[in-house]
Design a protein. Structure first.
Length: 137
């Protein structure tokens, strides 16, 4: 059996780019896939990190990547972190049928709404989880 390889895009990179591109311009937000370290990188203020979590995977037909995602939102105060999570939720809700880095977003489903998750940093963090379907190829 031979054929072309079907290689999915990096779901984390797609997610980070989607959020970064749709973030309202008046909000100064760092968005990435690595844990922000303000002491090392100088990144302060609002931050969003996206991570792919266990589960999901490539559909049997090979044209959809089923992604389980964790989205974390940091800010200086609890209210700001909660508000940032609300903005990112809205971005994710509106993500269906967008194309990001050449990857079509088929669907987004939120599994848990934002909840406060204390962090060892000096900032407040809210996070939520969801499922994303990305078209492959």
């Amino acid at each position: 059996m031979s054929g072309d390889l079907i290689i999915p895009a990096s779901a984390e990179t797609v997610l980070a780019t989607l959020i970064r591109e749709q973030m309202p311009a008046h909000l100064d937000v760092w968005v990435g896939t690595e844990a922000p370290n303000p002491r090392r990188s100088g990144v302060r203020g609002r931050k969003v990190r996206v991570s792919r979590t266990p589960g999901g995977g490539m559909a049997a037909h090979g044209r959809t990547d089923h992604v389980f995602a964790l989205i974390e939102c940091w800010a200086d105060t609890e209210d700001e972190a909660d508000d940032l999570a609300a903005v990112v939720r809205a971005i994710m809700k509106a993500s269906r049928s967008r194309t990001v880095l050449g990857t079509f977003v088929r669907w987004w489903k939120e599994n848990s709404g934002p909840y406060r998750w204390p962090d060892e940093s000096d900032q407040e963090r809210y996070q939520f989880t969801g499922e994303l379907l990305l078209k492959i190829g």
